[in-house]
Design a protein around this ligand. Structure first.
Ligand SMILES: Cc1cc2nc3c(=O)[nH]c(=O)nc-3n(C[C@H](O)[C@H](O)[C@H](O)COP(=O)(O)OP(=O)(O)OC[C@H]3O[C@@H](n4cnc5c(N)ncnc54)[C@H](O)[C@@H]3O)c2cc1C
Length: 95
């Protein structure tokens, strides 16, 4: 793709030109890794867009009990943990 074609695509809001869409960071995948990245990038005041092909939360959405997450004395269900993480990321991204 030529630079002109890339710019034309970016001007239409497509392609990989996050800056031209007003985002500093675009994260592909909303599992624990992607959600954590979103929390950190928005803490750094970078305008962040997170994309997931399904509901953000990744593999832990389907995990019954997570027993090794620091801060949770009792096991927490993977979907509850990811819902909390998702809300934390959304709150940080909106701030
Ligand atoms: C049954 C089970 C039980 C587990 N139990 C534990 C546990 O108790 N403790 C523990 O620490 N770990 C556990 N794990 C492992 C843990 O789930 C993974 O280590 C963790 O989810 C990896 O996170 P991730 O963000 O790297 O990837 P993933 O969780 O795989 O997330 C990837 C995300 O990217 C999205 N995605 C993929 N392709 C695209 C695309 N092309 N465009 C947009 N989005 C895309 C997916 O929809 C998904 O949401 C378990 C895993 C399973 C399967």
């Amino acid at each position: 793709m030529s630079p002109n074609q890339r710019q034309a695509l970016a001007d239409r809001g497509g392609g990989f030109h996050g800056k031209s869409m007003g985002y500093d960071v675009i994260i592909a995948g909303g599992g624990p890794a992607g959600l954590t990245a979103a929390i950190y990038s928005s803490r750094a005041h970078l305008k962040t867009l997170l994309l997931d092909k399904k509901i953000p939360g990744g593999q832990l959405n389907d995990t019954t009990e997570v027993e090794n997450f620091p801060g949770f004395e009792e096991a927490i269900s993977g979907s509850d943990l990811m819902e909390r993480t998702r809300k934390q990321a959304e709150r940080k991204c909106r701030a």
